[in-house]
Each structure stands twice: as C-alpha cells, then as structure tokens.
Ligand binder design. Structure first.
Ligand code: THG
Length: 374
C-alpha cells in the first residue's frame, strides 16, 4: 500500500465477508491489503510496490486469487430465455464452450452487472459476476415470469494465471493443447486425474487463463504446483492490477459505472444488439437512447499530476462548471502522469478537451482522450 496511515488498519473478517480457499496461502505470500467483492475477500496488494508488480505482470506470470468473481448458475428448461432476458447482447447463436462478456441491464437499460457468461451446456449457464447481487435480480425475474429454472451460487473459486509467460507455464502442466485454446474459449483439462474448467480469459490484457476450481482439494494442489513449477518463469502472486487495468480500459462495476449508467454511455456498443429479434429487458429504452444519442460518456483523462489515491469520484470542471466526474485514476509509469476514467457530459465528451479537477484543494489540469490508453 502507498498510504502510510492505512498500514495498521485491518479488515475485520467474518462469515459474511467470506474467505476463499486461497486466503491462507496468499497471506503467507506477502499480501498487504484486501478489498471486498461479492461479499468476499479480494486481494488488492502484495509487499512489492504497485509499479514493481506492474512491470512483473507485463513481463512474467502471476497467479491471482479471484474467487470473488462468483458464479451465478442458471440451469433448466427456461435458462436460455432468462439469461437472454437479462442481457442486451444477442446470445441466440451462443455455443457451448464459449465465454461472452455481457452487460446485464434492467428495464430502464441501466447496468446491473457485467459478467463473463459461460455456456456450460445446452441448459446450463454460469454468469461470472462483478460486484453486485445479480443472483437476487435473476431470482426475482424467474419468480415473476414463472420460469422453469434453478438458480444458485455453486462452489467455484477462480484462480487466474496472467502474464505473457502464462502460456509456457500452463503448457508445462497441461500440455500443448492448452496453448491452442482460443481467446474466450473454455475446455476441461486434467490435473492429476481431476478435470478443471479452464478458460483463456482474465482481467488483464497481458494474456492468460482462468481456472474455475470446483474440486477445492485438487485446486489447492494445482495452486501450489503452479508456484513450484513456475519458478523458472519467475511466477509471483498477484491480483487485478489498477495501473494495467486502467491503461487497458478493463472497466470496473461500482467504480467506473453502476446502476445510473447504460451500456451505450460506457462504450459497450459492440455488446449491444438491437437489430435482432431477441427479447430482453430495456430493449425499447436502449433503442430510444441510441436514436437520441447519449447524454454522457466514459472517456480517458490524462492529468498533469504524478500521484493520486482516489477513494471517491471527483468533479471535473471547465471554467468552474461541472462537466463530469473522475471515477478511477492512478499514476502510470508508462505515461509518466496520472491517467483515469471519467464520465463526461454532453457536449464536452470530445477528445483533447482541456478540463480541471480540484484535488486536495489544488486545481489540476487535464485532457480528455479515448480509452483504452494503450
Ligand atoms: N473474469 C471472470 N469473471 C469476471 C471478471 C473476469 N467477473 C467480474 C469482472 N471480471 C467482469 N468484468 C470484465 C470486464 C472485461 C472483461 C472481462 C470481465 C474482458 N473483456 C475483453 C476485453 O476488453 O478485451 C473483451 C471480451 C470480449 O470482447 O468478448 O475480458 O475478468 N471470469
């Protein structure tokens, strides 16, 4: 952590703030901070600095405890209809063995969540959720619509293997076939007689895999083996990385967008399918928004500043008039300045627009840009 006064403050664990099967391991491996996600512990920092781990992630390989990316399992005769009802992405041609990044919206087209949706088989889906209680929304719809579905949170604890050397590391354990898995495909791979669902995916743009561990005992053996056999690839424990994810514009629900934003405002246009005949909540509303044009939009921002620690949104102004808000920000060693993600109102959401932000009572200058930054 970069803030000294936080170093002695601890998070009080409890049953409702769930640990993961990997918790005891990461705490022995130099964990220094947690955040919470889906009522679960999500590692946020290790002993090494944010910058050291940034370069490490971009050069080597890391293993992440992302068990907090919980699964909402929807199965049964009407599971197709329910999953499609919740997302503006057309899943009518979806295939078993594929992952789909799907905005989940309500009847007003506001964002409820942005899971990775896995089609497990014809009548079974996993929605690998971001930080909101999607299971309650799904259950409410299923009850109201009298759908024949079963909805639950199965015991699945994801570990991610991320970074350019993830391919060589995983090949050593699972053989050549795992390197042939295409981006956002998944399949089952054997580790010491136990099959694990592994997808080529993950919350970094450095390449890698996510292992959806259902058999905890085997998963923990695999976790330990990744570190044992990974020495030659300089494997380290890690976690979703603030600098890397902002540069790559991997958006974070609750930080960059929430229930007050719609998919078109967040740049999710390629996951919004309004021209097919599939039915989903908020479709008419989205058509109206598209026709009228959005009234605000997520943009990148470069700020003339070399340090920031954001814990709430900050107003962005032009001549003292509020034109938007800064929602995430970090110092980027690559750009040698602070970069961030901001929601900017119409008509100010044009690249190269000069803006101001008051940080610690001092006015700083910045410029709007497109995302991703890299
Ligand atoms: N992996 C899994 N579950 C998750 C996340 C994850 N649940 C919560 C959270 N992350 C959901 N958010 C995202 C955001 C972006 C991506 C995945 C999950 C992502 N996007 C690709 C990109 O931007 O390049 C595009 C994917 C596509 O085009 O289909 O990977 O990380 N299991």
């Amino acid at each position: 952590m970069n803030s000294n006064n936080m170093s002695k403050i601890q998070i009080a664990k409890a049953k409702r703030l769930r640990s993961t099967p990997y918790t005891s391991r990461i705490e022995k491996q130099g964990l220094t901070a947690y955040t919470t996600y889906n009522h679960m512990l999500l590692p946020a920092a290790f002993e090494v600095s944010l910058e050291v781990s940034y370069y490490h992630l971009k050069e080597h390989v890391q293993v992440w405890d992302v068990a907090a990316e919980r699964q909402v399992e929807i199965s049964g005769d009407d599971s197709d209809e329910l999953v499609q009802m919740m997302t503006c992405r057309d899943l009518s041609k979806s295939k078993v063995g594929r992952c789909y990044y799907c905005p989940i919206i309500d009847d007003q087209a506001n964002l409820i969540n942005d899971p990775v949706v896995l089609r497990i088989n014809k009548n079974k889906w996993w929605l690998s959720i971001a930080d909101s209680d999607l299971i309650l929304f799904a259950k409410g719809l299923a009850i109201g619509k009298k759908f024949k579905v079963n909805i639950k949170e199965p015991n699945v604890d994801i570990m991610a293997v991320q970074g350019p050397k993830s391919f060589a590391l995983m090949e050593k354990i699972f053989g050549k076939s795992i390197t042939e898995l295409k981006f956002f495909d998944f399949d089952y791979f054997d580790f010491r007689g136990v099959k694990h669902l592994i997808a080529r995916s993950g919350w970094s743009k450095q390449g890698g895999y996510e292992i959806y561990v259902e058999n905890t005992k085997s998963g923990l053996e695999l976790y330990d083996y990744l570190f044992e056999i990974g020495k030659e690839f300089n494997v380290k424990p890690g976690c979703p990385h603030l600098i890397e994810r902002i540069e790559s514009a991997l958006l974070s629900y609750g930080n960059d967008f929430d229930l007050n934003d719609n998919p078109l405002e967040c740049g999710f246009d390629k996951y919004v399918n309004l021209d097919s005949d599939v039915e989903f909540l908020g479709k008419e509303k989205l058509k109206q928004i598209k026709a009228a044009g959005v009234s605000k939009k997520l943009m990148g921002i470069m700020i003339d500043l070399n340090r920031i620690n954001l814990s709430r949104a900050l107003d962005i102004t032009i001549d003292n008039k509020i034109v938007g808000e800064l929602r995430s920000a970090v110092y980027s060693p690559t750009f040698n300045q602070v970069i961030g993600i901001a929601m900017i109102k119409k008509p100010f959401f044009e690249i190269d627009t000069s803006v101001e932000i008051i940080i610690d009572k001092v006015t700083k200058t910045g410029k709007l840009c497109n995302i991703p930054f890299v």
